[in-house]
Design a protein around this ligand. Sequence first.
Ligand SMILES: [Zn+2]
Length: 223
Amino acid sequence: MEFAEERQKVTEIAWSVFSRGLTNTAGGNIACRVDDDLALITPTGSGPHWFWDLEPDDLLLVRISNGAILEGTHELSRETPLHLSVMRHLTWVGATIHAHPRSALVFAVCQMEIPVVVESSLIVGNVPVIEKYLPGTTPEFQEQAAAAIVALAQTRCPEKRLAVLLPAHGVFVAGTTIVEAFDTLERVEVGASCIINAAALRDNPLLEGPGPKPALLNDDAQT
Ligand SMILES: [Zn+2]
């Protein structure tokens, strides 16, 4: 089995994503580039079948350029074309994660950009919503979604971190490494959670005064 160390790391990150509430059993997927044209990717059903408790040999080794399976017995996720397309277009991307984090999902459902209100989110910036995305659709449609993500990345990701919302669906992040992609996902979710939970402090009868309103921290958020 090739790339044993990388496989182990992907399974550990997959478990962290699930156990920290950054995705649910309904879905999500992780892809990790292990060579210029090779990536490990989680199989379909990682949530509902394995509850994200994957073994290293559950992962599929695929060719990024054409999606061919080189190792693995499970089926590819329906969102594999999205991950591979982003990796093909952005050579700096070492890993991608699609997930359904609880608070960021609220913004995805409402199709609202997540502004920066937490200092730790400045490195990620505002998290925009791409125009449309339908999971399980044709590779051509996913290619269009990937193109929208890539276009955003090229204008908004000076730090080589990418985070976008998939409308009514979830979050897609990328980083130069799988650890960085995971870190980005966590920062996005914490920012979204702070905004939503701040509402509970406004006019809370147990607190004095009207309560604080989160301040927007970056220039993008002011416009
Ligand atoms: Zn999904």
